[in-house]
Design a protein around this ligand. Structure first.
Ligand code: GTP
Ligand code: MG
Length: 184
């Protein structure tokens, strides 16, 4: 057995998952991460490097890597890819004008990356607290349509999208439940 598979076996025994939190700048990655840690979400600043946070959720330890999303530092994302189990991809529900950029970055930096083959993808459509409930479903549809996940990812069990709010915590638990109920 190779070293990597030994490490992997050991991790699974501990129910430990490596989760990268990615997405464009200002999407809300750090806010969501803070909310999951029960920290104050009103004091966030743009992430210039990365922050590792371990949270316990049910019987799992999730190592959340909150990585800066500014364009100038996206080229460093690849440094974190090895041994990743899950990607949480955060989309700002209000910035519909940036959905083209979201599509390109998700495709090029995640979906086409050999080192991320087979990784589970949770799309968190964030800041839903700022969108009135009657429009929320159409926002979800719009994001799903632009990202073309159905055609880009053949295995339907590999991805799911959620309307969330990092500020209020809305639907974050549902997203984590989906993550821990995958097969690792
Ligand atoms: N209303 C609302 N604002 C949010 C929410 N999530 C994040 N924000 C705001 O969006 C801005 C960016 O949030 P961050 O969490 O710093 O975004 P980020 O994705 O970590 O950004 P980078 O670190 O630059 O990649 C901040 O002003 C947050 O307060 C949300 O769910 N609702
Ligand atoms: Mg951040």
């Amino acid at each position: 057995m190779g070293l990597l598979s030994i490490i992997r076996k050991h991790k699974l025994k501990d129910n430990e998952l490596r989760v990268l939190v990615l997405g464009l700048d200002n999407a809300g990655k750090s806010t969501i991460t803070k909310k999951l840690k029960n920290e104050d979400v009103n004091s966030v600043a743009p992430t210039l490097g990365f922050q590792i946070n371990t949270i316990q959720f049910k019987e799992f330890n999730l190592n959340l890597w909150d990585i800066g999303g500014q364009a100038s530092i996206r080229s460093f994302w690849g440094n974190y890819y090895d041994q990743t189990d899950v990607i949480i991809w955060v989309v700002d529900a209000l910035s519909t004008e940036r959905l083209g950029e979201v599509y390109e970055e998700l495709r090029d930096k995640v979906l086409l990356q050999d080192r991320l083959k087979g990784v589970y993808l949770a799309i968190l459509i964030n800041k839903i607290d700022l969108i009135s409930s009657e429009y929320q479903d159409s926002v979800k549809e719009k994001v799903e349509q632009v990202l073309e996940l159905d055609s880009q990812i053949k295995d339907q069990s590999k991805f799911a999208s959620f309307l969330v709010s990092g500020k209020s915590g809305h639907n974050l638990e549902e997203a984590l439940n989906w993550i821990i109920s995958r097969e690792y």
